[in-house]
Ligand binder design. Structure first.
Ligand SMILES: [Zn+2]
Length: 146
């Protein structure tokens, strides 16, 4: 969320810092919930409307550059969902603090504009859909290519 108009950078930073201080346990990675058909023609999952198997709750994260998946029970998912939500909030706050810091260095150094990069660290894996690319922020004048 953008800082309200008229709020100083120091106030915005303090607000982010306060929110960071409230964050509890944070689990890395992402959750994918799937329902599936088994393929047996007489199964309920083949009926109309289908009653699919699942949910299969998969927790995916990266360990030493490798994707690691663990299946969670619905009870486990329910118990730890806040920890995943905390991690999402941490990523959002990190992105906010970085954007604010970029504004500050641009202001302090008299740079016209500075282009923010990826808004948050990439997730371990795209949850769904063939396109894992983040929408790229529009280029703004002021940055030079490296
Ligand atoms: Zn089935």
């Amino acid at each position: 969320m953008p800082a309200p108009k008229g709020r100083s950078a120091a106030q915005a930073r303090a607000a982010i810092q306060a929110a960071l201080g409230q964050i509890g346990f944070c689990l890395p990675g992402s959750i994918t919930i799937r329902h599936a058909r088994c393929g047996k023609p007489r199964c309920a999952c083949a009926a109309d409307p289908p009653s699919l198997h699942g949910p299969y709750i998969q927790w995916t994260r990266t360990v030493n550059g490798k994707t690691v998946t663990r299946t969670l029970t619905p009870a486990q998912y329910q118990a730890y969902a806040p920890w995943f939500a905390n991690a999402r909030q941490l990523r959002a706050l990190t992105a906010e603090l970085q954007a604010l810091s970029l504004e500050e260095i641009a202001r302090a150094e008299g740079w016209a504009k500075i282009t923010p990069g990826t808004p948050a660290p990439p997730r371990t894996r795209p949850v769904r859909g063939p396109n894992p690319n983040y929408p790229k922020p529009p280029k703004t004048p002021g940055d030079q290519p490296a």
